[in-house]
Write a protein that binds this ligand. Structure first.
Ligand SMILES: [Fe+2]
Length: 304
């Protein structure tokens, strides 16, 4: 690689849901009713489209080489929400420039209607590497970088928001990591739920221990997730060295709302140095509509 590769990591956008989206009434005879109460009661005041728009303008101005979106574009998995989420993804760039994976809110209920709505993300969930036959995991290669996108979105009982990869995805992930490792690529694994750090019993990644074993055997260069709406950094042990695991806060949180930090996007710069990869992180945090996002000093995530 001659040039450093720069990409944006964005997550948990929670684009606005409107009353007009809430049809038919029978679609609410389940846990969606309580999720709707939560959105219209409180969450719609926490997440602001103006924060999203301000940060996305900043992100696009920086012209990253790629944009990675790790889920929760919707709130209630309704048809109108999927339509706007798809339009929003297209507004970021073309399907070669943008990759996306779903979060738990993108599959709140595993119904035919939700599965059909979720297909509107499909153009951004296509691989070009590794010959994967199923949708997940997909592997999108950009120069010497490969993004491996996983889905942890599953329907869960009321009060739960956990995720799961399942055996099929885990097996294909192992194969892809091995192949990309042999090709000497920088392997970036993306999933919505955090695979490291404290696991909430009703909100974590069910099969995080299996995932940990795959990383221990096959390695990766970077693992990225959303879901917690918090900044976090952990590490999983790889075959030779620790693999950094980073969480990005929600893109859309207004300042001083609840216990989540104000909206953020993460900018990564990756550079090969001999046989190693150096990975740098720049945090862009919303600090008001009148000023550009605060840039937190660049930090080395993975030294070469
Ligand atoms: Fe989530």
């Amino acid at each position: 690689m001659t040039q450093p590769f720069r990409f944006a990591h964005i997550s948990d956008i929670h684009l606005p849901t409107f009353i007009r989206d809430c049809t038919p009434p029978t679609a609410f005879l389940n846990k969606r009713f309580f999720s709707a109460l939560s959105w219209f009661g409180n969450r719609q005041r926490i997440h602001g489209k103006e924060v999203t728009d301000h940060l996305i303008a900043d992100c696009l101005k920086s012209a990253p080489d790629h944009i990675l979106v790790t889920g929760d574009l919707t709130n209630l998995s309704l048809a109108g929400e999927y339509e706007r989420a798809s339009q929003w993804l297209h507004s970021l760039g073309n399907t070669d420039q943008v990759s996306a994976i779903p979060g738990n809110h993108d599959l709140l209920l595993d119904t035919p209607a939700a599965q059909s709505g979720l297909t509107s993300y499909d153009p951004f969930m296509q691989g070009n590497y590794g010959g994967a036959t199923a949708l997940f995991p997909f592997a999108k290669r950009k120069n010497d970088i490969v993004f491996i996108g996983l889905s942890t979105a599953i329907e869960t009982p009321l009060g739960w928001c956990s995720g799961r990869l399942g055996q099929g995805q885990r097996e294909r992930l192992r194969t892809l990591l091995d192949e990309a490792g042999r090709d000497n690529l920088c392997r970036i694994v993306a999933l919505h739920h955090p695979p490291a750090g404290p696991q909430k019993p009703n909100g974590g990644l069910d099969d995080f221990e299996d995932f940990t074993r795959i990383i221990a055997d096959c390695g990766a260069e970077l693992i990225l997730h959303g879901h917690t709406h918090q900044s976090s950094i952990y590490a999983l042990q790889g075959p030779q060295e620790p693999v950094p695991v980073l969480g990005v806060p929600s893109l859309s949180v207004r300042p001083h709302k609840g216990h989540h930090p104000a909206g953020c996007w993460h900018e990564y710069t990756i550079e090969r140095q001999d046989e190693h990869w150096q990975i740098m992180l720049d945090v862009h945090r919303y600090s008001g509509l009148e000023r550009p996002p605060v840039r937190i000093a660049q930090a080395i995530v993975k030294p070469a």
